[in-house]
Design a binder for this molecule. Structure first.
Ligand code: C2E
Ligand code: CA
Ligand code: CA
Ligand code: CA
Length: 278
């Protein structure tokens, strides 16, 4: 039962045991994993900082390997991405399972606004992605407003014009698009103005220092002010402590919060209990 896998038991990337052969094995095994129930999704709530209401959830992939135990997506996703087209198959698998889950939650009248899906940068401009998304929305009778695509800034900067065209296409049919890990890449604030995104996700690294450093809190504040003036929905990632929460609570922009302070990523079942108990 995947639900019994505790979040804390995920194996973290260890460069000492990370070899070429291991990478090759991972790429080989991921194909089997997709058809043999080794993969499952967990969902991390995003909570409105003032009202504490659940706004959305981010779908995050988990892999319980039959021999190696839990392998973290921080380890296998980059390896599968580097290996070429398999990342497309994996993303299609995720899209289908998210649509299925949304349809189930809607039938059970579970309250949420949206589920976000991480889309690899190499896939966002592909017409295949557009077809897979629209087909699954149709098959599972899910309204496009329930889906948000998360793309990282580093993945779009190398081909910004095509990225803009692709994002616009999804926005036109009603999907939201979030810029993930904002602040970790080399791109600058000027991208924010050009990208037709709906949401900005501010990376955890901006949050880590806010209780100790006035500079860090000033930087976070100014990114939030700017994003707000661009009418972007704001998600702050990696909020872990009460102190960090209080700092964000004091901001009138009332950004969304995603982090262990409110909840770790949860299995579908765990999310239903968590949300019913609040
Ligand atoms: P990400 O997209 O930035 O996802 C957020 C990561 O931060 C998740 O790690 C989440 O569990 C973790 N996190 C959330 N709140 C906190 C917190 O308060 N403190 C700390 N320390 N961490 C927090 P996870 O699930 O291990 O995923 C790592 C990365 O792997 C993701 O970063 C994303 O780049 C990739 N990934 C995960 N699932 C998928 C997926 O379904 N598709 C793709 N393409 N990539 C995925
Ligand atoms: Ca993400
Ligand atoms: Ca992120
Ligand atoms: Ca990240």
């Amino acid at each position: 039962d995947p639900a019994s896998n505790n979040e804390q038991n995920v194996i973290e990337y260890d460069p000492k045991i990370h070899t070429y052969n291991m990478d090759r094995q991972i790429v080989e095994d991921i194909e089997k994993a997709m058809v043999s129930n080794e993969l499952f999704l967990v969902y991390q709530p995003k909570v409105q900082s003032h009202t504490r209401k659940v706004s959305g959830l981010e779908a995050l992939i988990r892999w319980k390997h039959p021999e190696n135990g839990m392998i973290s997506p921080g380890v296998f996703i980059p390896i599968v991405e580097a290996a070429g087209n398999k990342i497309f198959d994996l993303t299609d698998w995720i899209i289908e399972h998210v649509c299925q889950q949304i349809s189930q939650w809607l039938q059970e009248e579970i309250e949420f606004e949206q589920v976000s899906i991480n889309i690899p940068g190499s896939y966002i401009t592909s017409s295949r992605l557009y077809e897979v998304v629209t087909k699954n929305l149709e098959n599972y009778k899910v309204d496009s407003k329930y889906i948000e695509l998360e793309i990282t800034e580093t993945s779009v900067v190398h081909d910004i014009r095509h990225a803009i065209t692709a994002i616009n296409k999804f926005r036109e049919i009603g999907l939201s698009v979030a810029l993930d890990d904002f602040g970790t890449g080399l791109s600058s604030l000027s991208y924010l103005k050009r990208m037709p995104i709906s949401t900005i996700k501010i990376d955890k690294s901006f949050v880590d220092g806010i209780s100790n450093s006035e500079k860090d809190s000033a930087v976070l504040k100014s990114i939030i002010t700017l994003s707000n003036s661009l009418n972007l929905k704001i998600v702050i990632e990696g909020v872990e402590t009460e102190e960090q929460y209080n700092f964000i609570y004091s901001m009138e922009e009332a950004p969304l919060i995603q982090g262990y302070y409110f909840s770790r990523p949860l299995t579908s079942q765990e999310f239903v209990s968590w949300t019913n108990e609040r």
